[in-house]
Design a protein around this ligand. Structure first.
Ligand code: MG
Ligand code: ZN
Length: 240
């Protein structure tokens, strides 16, 4: 089976602006792209990566949007990206609430596993060591670690801090207390960002995942970026 590198993309806060606190994006009219997204996806595709969106959407469990409504919105998103020269294979979303304890809500890996199954039907196998997840919540990063792929943490959450250099984090607070916990939870040792091409400065702080196993997970990278385009540039930079 042909192995392909995949970049899993979180949606809100990576592709589009996060909704204001306690609100959700339920209509295409409210969907606001973050800068550079079309270009970032085109670059990924040109470099041979498959793009797949994986998104927690508890707004469905809360009755704010139907599954059909979510699918219509996501279909428009994919069509629009395609009209701008990019391609996303599919959008997977978790419609459940935390209390549902499903197997798809990030940081669980159900959506990535489903994507792997769907790619397998096309004769493709995910090349995990060459694959990534890009997200703005700690739970996205944890998802990547749980699945055994590289991660890029988008720090800005879609808020432009370039003019004043001042962090405007108030606007990036997720409206979702469970996810806030995830954001604020210190990563386990393995999530410590590794600067590309830089040896860990302190050998007392292991940067591997502590497994010591031969499955390659000890060589996974955990990077940080300010935007999807910057994330893509970093991914392409560290590619072998
Ligand atoms: Mg997000
Ligand atoms: Zn779910």
């Amino acid at each position: 089976m042909e192995r392909v590198p995949v970049v899993f993309l979180d949606r809100d806060g990576v592709i589009n602006e996060q909704a204001p606190p306690h609100q959700y994006i339920t209509r295409w009219e409210d969907f606001r792209y973050l800068p550079g997204v079309y270009e970032a996806i085109r670059k990924l595709n040109d470099a041979g990566y498959r793009g797949v969106i994986v998104s927690n959407q508890r707004c469905i469990a809360r009755g704010l949007l139907t599954a059909e409504g979510m699918e219509a919105l996501n279909r428009r998103l994919l069509e629009d990206i395609e009209a701008h020269g990019g391609k996303i294979e599919a959008v997977y979303y978790c419609p459940h609430d935390v209390s549902d304890n499903c197997s798809c809500r990030k940081p669980k890996t159900g959506m990535l596993e489903q994507a792997a199954k769907d790619l397998e039907e096309q004769g493709l196998k995910i090349h995990k060591k060459a694959s990534w997840i890009v997200g703005d919540f700690r739970s996205d990063i944890q998802t990547g670690m749980n699945y055994g792929i590289n991660t890029v943490h988008i720090l800005s959450g879609g808020i432009d801090t370039s003019d004043s250099g001042e962090a405007v984090n108030a606007g990036t607070e997720p409206s979702d207390s469970a996810e806030m916990e995830n954001v604020r939870t210190e990563p386990s040792v393995g999530a410590k960002p590794v600067n590309v091409g830089t040896e860990p400065s302190d050998s007392a702080e292991p940067v591997n995942r502590g497994t010591g196993s031969s499955d390659g997970t000890d060589t996974l990278l955990h990077l940080e970026a300010g935007s999807l385009l910057e994330a893509v540039d970093k991914i392409l930079e560290v590619r072998e």
